[in-house]
Design a protein around this ligand. Sequence first.
Ligand code: HXC
Ligand code: NAP
Length: 291
Amino acid sequence: MYNQPMLRDDALKGKTIVVTGGGTGLGKAMGTYFLKLGANLVITSRKVDVLEKTAAEMEKETGGRVLAVACDVREYEQVENVLAETIKTFGKVDGLLNNAAGNFISPTERLSANAFSTVIDIVLKGSVNCTLAFGKHWIKEKQSASILNIVTTYAFTGSAYVVPSACAKGGVLAMTRSLAVEWGKYGIRTNAIAPGPFPTKGAWDRLLPGDLAEKFDFKNRVPLKRVGDHQELANLAAFLISDFAGYINGEVISIDGGEWLQGAGQFNGLEAIPNEMWDMFAQMTKSAKGS
Ligand code: HXC
Ligand code: NAP
C-alpha cells in the first residue's frame, strides 16, 4: 500500500505550488504527485537543462502544467524572479516546498570555511530567501498559503560527519516553528517533514560514495528494515501542503520507519540478543531480587 497514491484526485486542484530542487530526486517525486492531484507546478534549481527535461517528462506523465525556472536559491533576486514568473504564468501561488539542498560527508576539521558556508547558504539561506520572498508576497496580497520545509531527522538529533547540513537543517526547523506562530495570523501555515533514508542519486552519490552504500546499508538502521518509498513521502507532502491539513501548523513529521528513535533508546542495542538467551537473562535478573 505504501507505494500507492493516497489522496483523492482533486486534492490540489486550482493550487499552484513551487518546488525548489524540483528537477531531481525527492522534489521530482513530490512535484509529480502534486500534478496528479490537479496542481499547477513550478520547479526550480540551478541546472536549466535538468529542469526542462523533468518538466517535459512530468507534463507527459500527468497532463498537468509545469513551469521550469532556473534559480540559485542563494541569490535573493533570482528567488524573486521565480515568484514573478510564477505569477505571470499562473496568476497566483499557493504553496512553497523548500526542498533544495546541498550536502556531503566529511570530518568537520577537514572542511574549509567555504565548504561549510556553501552548505549553510544552500540549505538555510536558500530556504530563508524563498520563505521571505513568498511570505512578503502573501502578506501583501492578504492570501492564505502553505509552506513545507524538507529537513532531516538529524535537524533535532545532530549528526557527525554532516555538521554543516545538521546546523542548516536545525535552522530551517527553528524557522518552521517560529513562523508557524508569527505568520499564522495571515493564514500562512508552516510545517516540516523529516525524512529518513529515501534513496536518490543526489544523496547517495554524496553521502554513500563507493562501497559505503553496502557497508553502511541504511535499511539495517531502520526498525522496519527497509528504506522509504518516494510515493509515501509524496503522500505526506501532498497532505501537509493541501487544505486537508488546514489545522496543522508548526509541526515536523518524521517519516523514517523509526530510524532516529532506534539510535536514541539506551537499550535498543539489545535487539542483537537472540531469543534463547532471554530465558537465561530472565533467571539472572529474577535472582537479583534479594540483592
Ligand atoms: C570537502 C567539499 C566537498 C567534499 C565540495 N567541497 N565537496 N569539501 N568534501 N566532498 C568544498 C569545495 O572544495 C569548496 O570549498 C566548497 O565546498 C564549495 O564547493 P563547490 O563545488 O564550488 O560548490 P557548489 O558548486 O555550489 O556545489 C555545492 C555542493 C554540491 C553542495 C558542494 O555537492 C552540490 O551541488 N550539491 C547539490 C545536491 C546535493 O548535495 N544533494 C544531496 C542532498 S541530500 P573550497 O574551500 O575548496 O572553495 C541530503 C540528505 C540528508 O541533504 C540525509 C540523507 C539520509
Ligand atoms: P537531490 O536529488 O540531490 O536534490 C537536491 C536538489 O537541490 C537538486 O535538484 C539540486 O538541483 C537542488 N539544488 C542544490 N543546490 C541548489 C541551489 N543553490 N539552488 C537551487 N537548487 C539547488 O537529493 P534528494 O535526496 O532528492 O534531496 C531532496 C531533499 O530531501 C533535500 O532537502 C534533502 O536534504 C532531503 N532529504 C533527503 C533524504 C534522502 O534520503 N534522500 C533524507 C533526508 C532529507 P541543481 O543541482 O540543479 O541546483
